[in-house]
Every structure is written in C-alpha cells, then in structure tokens.
Design a protein around this ligand. Structure first.
Ligand SMILES: Cc1cc2nc3c(=O)[nH]c(=O)nc-3n(C[C@H](O)[C@H](O)[C@H](O)COP(=O)(O)OP(=O)(O)OC[C@H]3O[C@@H](n4cnc5c(N)ncnc54)[C@H](O)[C@@H]3O)c2cc1C
Length: 491
C-alpha cells in the first residue's frame, strides 16, 4: 500500500521540525521521517536568533521555548586559559532589540530546542525511519522509506518533498546538486562534557568563551553542568580536563570540519532543500540553525498557497530566487567571520552585522514588486528596519501586547494608516476577485507611515512570511493593488 501525503519531510532537525509545524499551521498535511530513533548526544547549536524566534512565535511556541532558556550572560569573552582573567569582552548592544523585534534571541541547546518543537507537532513523525530512495515524476515524488530497526519498507507518494536531511544530504546527492564554496575551513574536535565550572565562570556564564592559548571555544549547554568545547584538531580528541584544569566527565565527542558552502540549486522539480542540506555555515555567530528555520518559513507558505489553489505553481520557483542569494551571502559573511576569529583580528562580524545577517535579508524575485528604492542589504550594513519590498516588515507594538508581526502568517495582509477606507475597500474587492484570502488592517500608531516608508495615505502588502510584497506611497487605485497581488501569487 502506498502512503499518499501532500508533503514528505525528510529529517527532524530544526529545518524539518519547523517545516512540519508551519505546514500544519497553514492547513497542509505532511509526514516527517527521521532516521535516528533518539536525538544526537552532541548538542551542536546553542543559539536561536530573534528572527527565528519570531517565526516560532507565529506558531505559538515562544513561551514554551522561553521556559527552557539558559540564563547566560549574552556576549563572548576571550581569555588565555579558563583560569585566567578576561582579555576582552564582546557584549551585544541592547540598542535595538526591543525596538526592532517582539522577540529576543534564545540560548538553548539544540537537543532541548528540538524536543520542544517535536512536542508541539500535530502532523505525524516517524522516528527510526529513513528515506531510502526516491524518484521524481510529473505528479510529485515516489519514495521508499525503510524502518531502520526492522528493515520494513513502505512506499510514499508525495506531491512535494522537503529535504531537511542535513549537511550530508542524501537527497541533494541523489539529485546531483553540488556545493559551492570552501569545504574545509579547518577540522575541529567537538566534545560534550560535564564539569562544574562555576568557580571560573560564575553562575551565569558568558555565551561563549574563546581560550586563546588552545584556540578552544567553550559553550555552556545545559543547566546540569553540561558544556561543549570545540578545539582545532591536532590528531585526536583533546584532553579536556588538562585543557581546562578541572576534572571533567566526557559525554561524547566527534571531529567536524567547518565549511562555508551553498548548494548550486536549492530546488529540483518537486524537491526543496532546506537548512544544512542547502548550505553549511561555520558556527561563527551561530546562524546555521536560524537560517534553517528561515528556509522552512520561505517554502512552507508557498507550498500551502499552491496546495490550496491560491497561487500559481510559479510561486515555488521563487524559493530558489529568494533563498539562494541569502545562503551565499550568509556563507560569505560567516566564512569571513570564522577566519577573523582564528586570526584574532578584531570583531568577527566586520562585514554585515549579525543583526543584519539575521533580519536584513531582502528578497528580490518575480513575486516581489520593486518600488525602486536602493538595495536594503548592501555589504557592511547594520540592521535598520525597513518595509522596502522584499524585506521583513518592521515590528511596531500594537498597544495590546501584540506586534504588527502577529498580523502576518496565514494570508497576504494589507496595512494602512487611518482611516484607510480606500485601500480597505480595494482589499475587500481584490481577495474575492482572485479567490484568495486577503486581510487588511489599519495601524493606529502615528509612526506607522514613517516606519513603513509610505505617506500617510499609503499601503503595504505583506506576504504570509512577513516579507513585503509591494508598497504604495500614497492614495492609489484598486487596480494597482490587484496587479500587485496577482504578481505576489504568481498568477
Ligand atoms: C559543531 C557545531 C556547532 C554548531 N553550532 C551552532 C550554533 O551555535 N548555532 C547555530 O545556529 N548552528 C550551529 N551549528 C549548525 C546547526 O547544528 C545546523 O545548522 C542545524 O542543525 C541545521 O539543521 P537542519 O535541520 O538543516 O539539519 P540537521 O540538524 O543536521 O538535521 C538533519 C536530520 O536529517 C536526518 N536524516 C538525514 N538523512 C536522512 C534520511 N535519509 N532519512 C531520514 N532522516 C535523515 C538526520 O538524522 C538529522 O536528524 C553547529 C554545527 C556544528 C557541527
């Protein structure tokens, strides 16, 4: 018997779990398969940036994630050795966070993060089940799944396949998609261990310690004195106790190689690569996990819009056009930051700021209508919220505990300033005319036109992923909105 499902998701890391959550929220069934029966003993990522938290807030997970947050002191600290005094501290400014986002970034180990996401899935997940093979056909993907323990095989027919199968993606390999960029920025050993380091770090450790004598990066991962350390490989696992000068209980260890790569294409017919399957970044700035969530966010609403018949299939082409340049940009920025960390030459993020990398990416594609404003994400930029087409629509508090961002997620949304009657009437006509849901909101906050870069009678069309599809500076005609919306849904 063949399992029929609209979307087959392969891999239950951050990218696959987020894909499942978003598709469920958008009313699309999926099946998630994960070849591992249990989560990895290595925590790997320990940081989720604000944009990814906004996306997870959109599916109701913010409070559950906050509840498992580690109480770190944000920032990095350089010491010669752990027992030595701080040589330098890099503490993130508090300047913009509250003004730019309703969400803070989150410090949590990847295994804990994944367990929270998995606990909120409503679509089925099969653990201990691997994608063994697949073929693509005009009507989608035909795949064979194999139960890793029993060897039992099952056939699946899916309209689309989301390949969230990580850095060594078998799906990517099967499709012959190559990686571009440096594959080897240095081999490291990652060791997870338990040790009480309170005497050296205080009860609230820094986000990360760089120990310059050994080249080690030391990160607190779990409240029960679990840590991880990554050290340049010198021919075998490091002696962590000798390196830190304290007794330690080693829990797991693995060599790994830093890379700054991006796939030559992020999609092939009905298959979409997301997360590490599409790109590999060195952990400088801790952007890999967050970018995996951004990818899932970009593709999920598009699949849903096509599945529900609201958008033309060409909307799916924009996944490549929009996410490939972001992956290449992030690989470039994090690769350069990684080299700067090891060269010891100043702040790692000397190009785009970390906030810009996280929130400032601008999509340019056939479904975004440019308004001629200059590029909002040039090299070297620091994040300034902007509603330029293709950018993340800025956060403004709505006064009732909600943010403008809470208005987005399910359908396209038109925002205007009061009274906004003309644009709202146009929206009420345009949605039914195209047979799609379209909501409209009047934002009472008098700073809205400035924050969104329109005149007082302007309007901004925001996509379900919170990116601006179109912006109009003033009073306009309903036909203009209809044209912009038609473009935004690739009809
Ligand atoms: C040492 C290290 C430190 C890192 N630190 C950070 C950090 O601080 N911050 C950060 O943001 N990122 C960090 N990262 C990167 C981060 O871990 C990854 O970017 C993130 O896990 C990517 O998520 P993903 O879902 O794309 O892939 P993964 O998490 O790799 O998940 C892929 C899943 O697919 C499964 N799978 C593979 N093939 C199949 C198959 N055929 N069938 C079924 N399942 C399959 C795998 O078992 C796996 O569970 C770090 C990575 C490393 C190696």
């Amino acid at each position: 018997m063949t399992i029929e499902v609209p979307v087959l998701i392969v891999g239950a890391g951050p990218a696959g779990l987020t894909s499942s959550l978003l598709l469920s929220a958008l009313g699309v069934d999926s099946l998630l398969v994960e070849r591992r029966a249990t989560s990895s003993p290595l925590p790997r990522a320990r940081g989720v940036h604000a944009r990814a938290m906004e996306i997870l807030r959109g599916v109701g997970l913010e409070a559950a994630l906050r509840a498992v947050e580690l109480p770190i002191l944000p920032g990095a600290e350089w010491r010669a050795r752990l027992s030595g005094p701080p040589l330098r501290e890099d503490v993130p400014g508090q300047r913009t966070r509250a003004a730019t986002s309703p969400c803070e970034g989150l410090s949590v180990a990847q295994d804990v993060f994944e367990s929270v996401l998995a606990g909120h899935l409503t679509a089925p997940i099969r653990r201990g089940v691997a994608l063994e093979s697949f073929t693509t056909a005009p009507d989608g993907v035909r795949a064979t799944l194999r139960d890793v323990a029993s060897g039992h095989r099952e056939a699946v027919h899916a309209r689309w396949l989301i390949a969230a199968d990580g850095a060594r993606s078998g799906v990517r390999e099967r499709l012959g998609i190559t990686m571009q960029g440096p594959a080897d920025l240095g081999r490291q050993w990652l060791v997870a261990f338990r040790a009480d380091l309170t005497a050296r770090t205080g009860p609230r450790p820094r986000g990360i310690y760089f120990l310059t004598e050994s080249g080690a990066a030391l990160v607190w991962t779990h409240p029960d004195h679990r840590w991880m350390i990554s050290v340049p490989d010198s021919g075998g696992p490091p002696d962590v106790a000798a390196l830190l000068g304290v007794p330690v209980e080693v829990l797991a260890g693995n060599p790994w190689t830093a890379a700054a790569q991006t796939a030559s294409r992020y999609a092939d017919g009905p298959v979409f690569l997301v997360g590490d399957a599409a790109h590999r970044f060195p952990p400088a700035g801790a952007t890999g996990l967050s970018a995996a969530i951004h990818d899932a966010h970009n593709v999920a609403w598009k699949l849903a819009a096509v599945a529900h018949g609201h958008a033309g299939p060409a909307l799916l082409d924009s996944y490549r056009t929009e996410r490939e340049p972001v992956g290449a940009r992030n690989a470039g920025e994090t690769g350069a930051a990684w080299r700067r960390i090891f060269a010891g030459t100043g702040a790692p993020f000397a190009g785009r700021s970390l906030a810009q990398i996280d929130m400032g990416y601008q999509y340019r594609s056939a479904v975004v209508t440019s308004d001629g404003t200059p590029e909002a994400d040039p090299p070297g930029a620091d994040y300034e919220p902007t509603a330029a087409p293709g950018c993340r629509a800025p956060h403004l508090p709505l006064g009732d505990g909600r943010s403008t961002l809470d208005l987005f997620g399910r359908e396209h949304t038109l925002l205007t300033a009061p009274p906004g009657d003309g644009w709202r009437t146009a929206a009420a006509a345009a949605g039914p005319r195209l047979g799609i849901p379209l909501s409209s909101h009047v934002i009472a906050d008098p700073s809205w036109p400035t924050a969104y870069g329109t005149g007082p009678t302007g309007a901004v069309l925001v996509r379900p992923d919170g990116h601006v599809a179109w912006r109009h500076p003033g009073t306009g005609a309903g036909s203009e909105l209809l044209a912009a919306l038609t473009t935004a849904i690739a009809r």
